[in-house]
Design a protein around this ligand. Structure first.
Ligand code: FO1
Length: 308
């Protein structure tokens, strides 16, 4: 059993590669939920959806989120009716949020709903939220505090960031199945996702971090950063705001109590000895994933590293 901790887009690419290289039934994906938000009265869980759609072969790989070839008629009509529509929900994507919101209103947990949607879409891997409780990333800017989606989508991560904090993470319990999956795993992968707003919230669930720290299996991380910038998104900006060096070294350092292997881009070979100085074995390779061949090759390299 392989456990992967992930956020949305960057992590989804590696997970697509892993699911193509091993039996997906052997894969348990633990997703960040601190980006979740309510739009038009519907509960949206972007990272769970990105991973589920990816594993179902439905995702829009170009954009990195939503459903391939989706249309936006509902959003257009919502705009006409005077709604604020800066978060782009496609028509087919809306069906997921309507289903999830109805089932949650009927009393199902996020874990139970995720399982129903997974089964309905024919996904063989297990997809779990990190927790069934509400956890929320808040981004502090000089002009005030924003939710993650306000910062990331509405403001296109253009605002200066003073700090990032989480509401609700430390006290919350891991979702059912999360600790069991970690304890029964033969290896753990920390996907190339934002260490502050994607992996950070998962590790902020104290029982999850504790279970990983006590795990005796290999834990491999993949850097989401090349040079001093994230392959996509604002990870470097948020890392700097949190006092972390915005490089692959900074990512490795923030997971140092958990990792024993780390994958960096060949362009970052100068960081190798500093990362090894943390007691972490390093693999240098090409970590940008632009096509399925890249995703599968990186997945194979990660799997080989886990066996060594
Ligand atoms: N990201 C964007 O940059 N713009 C959007 O309008 C947008 C809509 C969206 C709708 C559904 C969904 O599941 C994800 C969506 N995302 C969008 C991506 C999302 O903001 C991020 O992928 C994650 O929250 C970061 O991991």
């Amino acid at each position: 059993m392989l456990v992967v901790l992930t956020g949305g887009t960057g992590g989804a690419k590696l997970i697509e590669g892993l699911a193509a290289e091993i039996d997906p039934a052997q894969l348990t994906v633990i997703c960040n939920t601190a980006d979740d938000a309510v739009f038009h009265g519907l509960y949206v869980s972007p990272d769970i959806d990105t991973i589920t759609y990816t594993l179902a072969g439905l995702n829009d790989g170009e954009r990195g989120w939503g459903i391939l070839d989706d249309t936006f008629a509902v959003l257009g009509q919502l705009r006409r009716l005077g709604n604020d529509v800066w978060f782009n929900l496609g028509d087919n994507d809306f069906a997921t949020h309507i289903t999830r919101s109805r089932l949650m209103a009927e009393g199902l947990t996020l874990t139970q709903v995720t399982e129903r949607i997974r089964a309905a879409l024919g996904v063989k891997a297990t997809v779990l939220p990190m927790t069934d409780e509400r956890v929320e990333t808040r981004v502090v800017t000089p002009e005030g505090e924003l939710s993650f989606q306000e910062f990331f989508v509405k403001e296109r991560w253009s605002r200066a960031v003073e700090s990032v904090h989480l509401i609700g993470a430390e006290r919350c319990k891991p979702a059912p199945g999360v600790l069991e999956a970690i304890r029964q795993s033969s290896a753990v992968v920390i996907a190339p996702s934002n260490p502050i707003t994607s992996i950070g919230p998962i590790l902020a669930v104290s029982e999850i971090r504790k279970a990983l720290r006590h795990s005796v299996v290999n834990v491999v991380g993949v850097s989401p950063i090349i040079g001093r910038a994230a392959i996509s998104g604002p990870a470097h900006k948020l890392m700097a705001a949190q006092g972390l060096e915005p490089t692959a070294f900074g990512v490795a350092e923030s997971y140092r109590d958990l990792l024993n292997r780390f994958v960096i881009d060949s362009e970052d070979r100068v960081l190798r000895s500093r990362i090894e100085g943390l007691g972490i074995r390093v693999l240098e390779t090409a970590i940008r994933m632009t096509c399925i061949a890249d995703k599968r090759r990186l997945a194979r390299q990660v799997l080989a590293l886990l066996e060594k």
